[in-house]
Design a protein around this ligand. Structure first.
Ligand code: GLC
Length: 535
């Protein structure tokens, strides 16, 4: 599929499997590696090239796996190292790569490094973490706040010092200014590469290095008690706790390791300014791809999408793994319902943007259930378990359980996810929302997604060759390459767009299928629709 001079992820399509909710083979109610193994048929049918699996390392689970207590093993609830090996072997046989999620910004407070750091403040592990004496008033050393509410500092009474955590107190931040931490992570990367991982998704990649003086962040708007953790977090300019200039150096070293294994590094980059985010990928010597988080939280504001995509494309045409949905924010179909718009129209909007992503240079990702057109699941209130919601019931609507409900495979109990009680109980999905239901219906959305992925694979001119990106008015944009022209009209009225000179074929339309039609001169592009022209 790809030119051998290009890395394997060029032109590829990724899939995110949120392991807890993908498929449970043991009846425990929690998804496992074998569940992914057993559904490779489906992923192969869909045509994806790589599967990013959310963390499956041993973890006390305060943040559902993002609090890792051992980076080089598998949590028993998700399986064993042998299951990982089997998964890699079977996926490789089907030409599907496995991408492991790693969490370098913080560990679990139950990681042996942190336990040693607490037990022996003069020992070598103390400096694996960020410790400071109390501030002048006896409180935290600076004004940093946690993403999940409260200060980013917790007092440790034995030593009389605070430790830093940008997330939960159970997720102490590592000190990336200590070279020993960098050495540890090189070993962790090698461990999984040696076992056959083809890359890493890097959690909070923008957050690892902190300001050496731990200066206060400037506050940019008033804060009051009634605000949610997220609103409080967003009330600071994160000048000193996130995205430090020297943070990118971490990934230069990782890049040389990944090169030995032909592996991809995809960073979660929470810097919302395109020029800051793109620094990680533009020189080609650090990350290969970034997840630009704005596309996973943005609602349906056509001009914002046009601005976000065109401005990012101006800086990098190959470095972004575009994704509409993930395990941290409401699914796109839920976000795109507004002003009386129904689910079907939100699905159309979502598919239109995904169609455009297939004409961009990076490796786009589909979140599990996205190809079914799923909205967020409806969670049983007694089952709420995301720390954002469970620890702040008054802000339950910021919780992330809705996008994490079990994958609906079929119409059986628990939609075929588990024979036990799912860890996250939610309203059953209808038959038409399940994989089995949609496979049986040739008109169902899943077939459109499959056709789209196949169209990308069969049309390398969509994602290779120089790309010029132009905004057309405020609500449409086009990506022009030597032999392809992608045009997205995100506005609510049809638009007439000039095609570049010559004869074209409308190879794929997000609205109306993949019937091949000749085109030249001008094209009429329906509302909220993307057309992919090739020649
Ligand atoms: C990332 C993960 C999120 C997690 C957080 C802390 O943003 O995607 O799920 O809670 O990092 O590790």
């Amino acid at each position: 599929m790809t030119d051998s001079a290009q890395p394997w992820w060029t032109g590829a399509v990724g899939y995110q499997a949120y392991i807890r909710s993908f498929a449970d083979t043991t009846g425990s109610g929690v998804g496992d590696l074998r569940g992914i193994h057993d559904h490779l048929d489906h992923l192969e049918w869909l045509g994806v090239d790589a599967v990013w699996i959310n963390p499956f390392n041993p973890s006390p689970g305060h943040d559902h796996g993002y609090d890792v207590s051992n980076y080089v093993d598998v949590d028993p609830q998700h399986g064993t190292l042998a299951d990982f090996d089997d998964l890699v072997a079977e996926a490789t046989r089907r030409d599907i790569r496995i991408i492991v999620d790693t969490v370098p910004n913080h560990t679990s407070n139950e990681h042996a490094w942190f336990e040693a750091a607490v037990a022996d403040p003069t020992g070598p592990f103390r400096d694996y973490y960020i410790w400071r004496d109390p501030g002048p008033d006896g409180g935290p050393p600076n004004n940093w706040v946690s993403h999940f509410g409260g200060p980013a500092w917790t007092f440790e009474p034995e030593s009389g010092q605070y430790y830093c955590h940008l997330f939960l107190p159970e997720q102490p931040d590592l000190n990336w200014r200590n070279p020993a931490v960098a050495d540890e992570f090189e070993s962790i990367l090698r461990f999984w590469f040696e076992r056959g991982a083809s890359g890493f998704r890097i959690d909070v990649a923008h957050g690892c290095v902190k300001d050496p003086e731990l200066r206060d962040n400037p506050q940019i708007r008033p804060i009051d008690e009634s605000m949610s953790p997220r609103a409080i977090f967003d009330s600071y300019d994160h000048l000193h706790d996130l995205d430090q200039d020297d943070n990118v150096h971490i990934f230069r070293r990782w890049n040389t390791v990944a090169a030995e294994y032909d592996a991809v590094l995809i960073g979660e980059i929470g810097a919302d300014r395109v020029e800051r985010a793109s620094r990680y990928v533009t020189n080609g010597d650090a990350l290969h791809q970034l997840f630009f988080l704005r596309s996973t939280w943005a609602e349906w504001v056509p001009s914002d999408w046009v601005e976000a995509i065109t401005s990012m494309q101006t800086i990098t045409t190959t470095g972004v793994s575009w994704a509409l949905s993930c395990h941290d924010r409401p699914r796109a179909v839920t976000r795109f319902v507004n002003d009386g718009v129904d689910t079907a129209r939100a699905q159309k909007r979502s598919f239109s943007l995904t169609t455009l992503f297939m004409a961009l240079g990076g490796m786009p990702f589909l979140y599990q259930g996205e190809a079914l057109g799923l909205s967020d699941g409806i969670v049983d209130p007694s089952s709420i378990s995301d720390p954002l919601a469970a620890r702040h019931p008054e802000w339950a609507d910021e919780g992330r359980d809705g996008c994490r409900t079990p994958m609906p495979w079929d119409g059986s109990a628990n939609n075929g996810f588990s024979t036990g009680t799912p860890w996250l109980r939610s309203e059953p999905r209808t038959g038409a929302e399940t994989v089995a239901g949609q496979l049986a219906d040739p008109e169902a959305l899943i077939h459109r997604y499959r056709d789209l992925v196949a169209f990308r694979h069969g049309s390398p001119q969509l994602w290779s060759g120089e790309a010029a990106t132009v905004a057309i008015g405020g609500e449409a944009l086009a990506i022009e390459r030597p032999n392809s022209f992608a045009v997205s009209n995100l506005g609510s009225e049809a638009a007439t767009v000039d095609l570049p000179d010559g004869d074209w074929i409308l190879g794929f339309s997000s609205c109306g299928g993949s019937a091949i039609q000749p085109a030249s001169g001008t094209a009429r592009v329906g509302a909220e629709t993307t057309h992919l022209y090739i020649r």
